[in-house]
Ligand binder design. Sequence first.
Ligand SMILES: [Zn+2]
Length: 471
Amino acid sequence: MPHDLILKNGLVVTPQGILEGGVAVDGEKIAAVGASGSLGTAKREVDVQGKIIFPGLFNPHTHLGNGDDVSWQGLDDDFARDTKDFAIGGVTTFATTTVFSKDPLVQCVDRSIKSGTGRSFVDFKITGVVLTPEQITEIPAVARKGCLSFKFFTGYCGCQAESLGMPASGITPDMFFRACEELARVGPPAVALIHAEEPYVRGILSERMQRAGKSDLVSWAEHSPAWAESVQVYQYGVIAKDFGVPMYVVHIANAHTVDFLVYLQREGYPIIGETVVGFLSSTAPEVEAKKLGTHAKIQPPIKFAADRDRLWRGLREGTLTAVGTDSISYSSKYKDAQGFWETRVGLNMQEIDTLPLLFSEGINKGRIDLATLARVVAENPARIFGIYPQKGVIAPGSDADLVVIDQNKQDTLGVHRMRGRADYSNWEGKPVKGMPVMTFLRGTLIAENGEVVGERPLGRYVAGQPPRGLV
Ligand SMILES: [Zn+2]
């Protein structure tokens, strides 16, 4: 019997190494991986002519429905529109947070799954945003829906916390303690995601800078000292360790935190480190020189060259195990409507730029190799979110989520490539080399050469296996 699809004559990136050959697909699954001559025949054969056959990316950190339009309608719109850029960029699965809401978390997760179904162009998972003590009690019920990741905005207090729907005190250690009790009941891979960035001192420093009339991205970087991140990693990490709950620190920005993680991981703390594309691909002086203003205002801030270099080294040595984007569906109109300090934080959607940036800044500059890149953008996030080996790997039996990367193709980043809401790129005009040219979702070609193929969104919610505590 011929296979449904064969990609041949490529460099296949597998956990066992890089293999000259191809991938055979039957239905939605990978049937075989091996030398091109060993794969047999197929109804459709694609000769990729030496290009890279890479696992579809799993972006663990996005916030659809929380940008220009913070609402369920906004989430529907973002799923329908922004996920086109995910498909073009080779991101075949992603996790998005629920819309910030004090409603029962079970309802929020149900609504999010419904929102993506029939609208998303790629597969998705949901991370439940926990804002209130009531929502903490719902963790086991939410986990039964296959939603095993829970986000805690520990880095916020005062009006910033209230603007997200939290008490003014933010997420306090007692709330996190209660959450760990519930997460321990569910068992791994149920995971606590924290935004670590001590908010009280940050408040003093930001007020001082505003009084001094500063409104630049270097001041923004300096209002959040490196220790603000690591001090919360420790504070919440010791609680998580007590319960044996994996704690995933999102968007690590500082060299100091990576150094500290080396120590904590050696001591057996179940702490997972993520960093984001923006921190790997830019520095505060660079974005300030480009006068990006609010467009590059993310929290924690984009830091300095020494931080960026340490983040890359953290990925290389395995201290940092995942790369996300922390993207939010913002337009420039929204970002430009208020002053520098007033505008909400976050970078806009960058999924279409993710692979070209990581390839150009990582692979081409010798900061990371292909196998490591595959681990941090696909395999590790899939493991952490409990959907490995269904997702995140090129192996027989796994979903046929594949991206063909032309390692020699040069292009220029910019808004002309984007098909979602995003109408600006923080890397506008940046020359890159290494472009995703074909994306397959569960065996179906969904994007080719910068365009979506087929009008119908095929993305599905991925529940994964229920943890032991629930069966
Ligand atoms: Zn985030």
